[in-house]
Design a protein around this ligand. Structure first.
Ligand code: FMN
Length: 159
């Protein structure tokens, strides 16, 4: 698979880069919690603690996540594969009972690692909005991590 014009081939090339899987959680203006599955999460800086993720401009939940002043990044364990699938679906009902407040941001109960973030920068690049957040609080637990590789979920580490 070579060439520059083939989107499928390009996606396949990117899919060779294995990532973890996270859910970003945020509240909309009415206070309802929303959750979107992502793998664009990256650590940017250790001092200060900055992270980023990228939000696609065709997301039905774009406004909520683009405008959120606070958000959670919840790194999923292997046992949370169903949550990853659900939060990737447009219009899927999200059970707010799955979340709790953590330093002002909603986060998923039981996630492998949770980061409570305050939005510090937003910048559009192509068809995605890059959202940078300062980490206000974090926690983590032991367990196997959920992976995404060549379009499939997998697992890393011992549970
Ligand atoms: C493993 C995985 C990783 C994803 N990563 C991202 C991401 O980094 N950014 C993003 O905007 N959407 C990402 N998506 C897509 C969203 O989860 C969601 O499917 C998409 O936004 C369409 O739903 P919506 O229109 O309701 O938001 C990912 C989906 C999966 C399954």
């Amino acid at each position: 698979m070579t060439g520059t014009g083939d989107d499928l081939a390009y996606r396949a090339a990117l899919g060779a880069y294995a990532t973890g899987v996270a859910v970003v959680t945020a509240r909309d203006g009415a206070g309802a919690t929303h959750a979107i599955t992502i793998n664009s999460f990256t650590s940017v800086s250790l001092r200060p603690r900055l992270i980023l993720w990228c939000l696609g401009d065709e997301s039905e939940r774009y406004e909520t996540f683009a405008e959120a002043a606070y958000f959670g990044v919840c790194v999923l364990g292997t046992d949370q594969r169903a949550i990853a699938a659900r939060c990737a679906q447009s219009g899927a009902e999200f059970d707010e009972g799955l979340t709790e407040d953590f330093a002002g941001a909603p986060v998923l109960k039981g996630a492998l690692a949770r980061l409570a973030c305050r939005t510090t920068a937003r910048q559009t690049h192509g068809d995605h909005l890059v959202i940078v957040g300062e980490v206000m609080a974090f926690d983590a637990r032991a367990g196997a991590g959920l992976l995404f590789y060549r379009g499939e979920f997998g697992s890393a580490g011992a549970s």
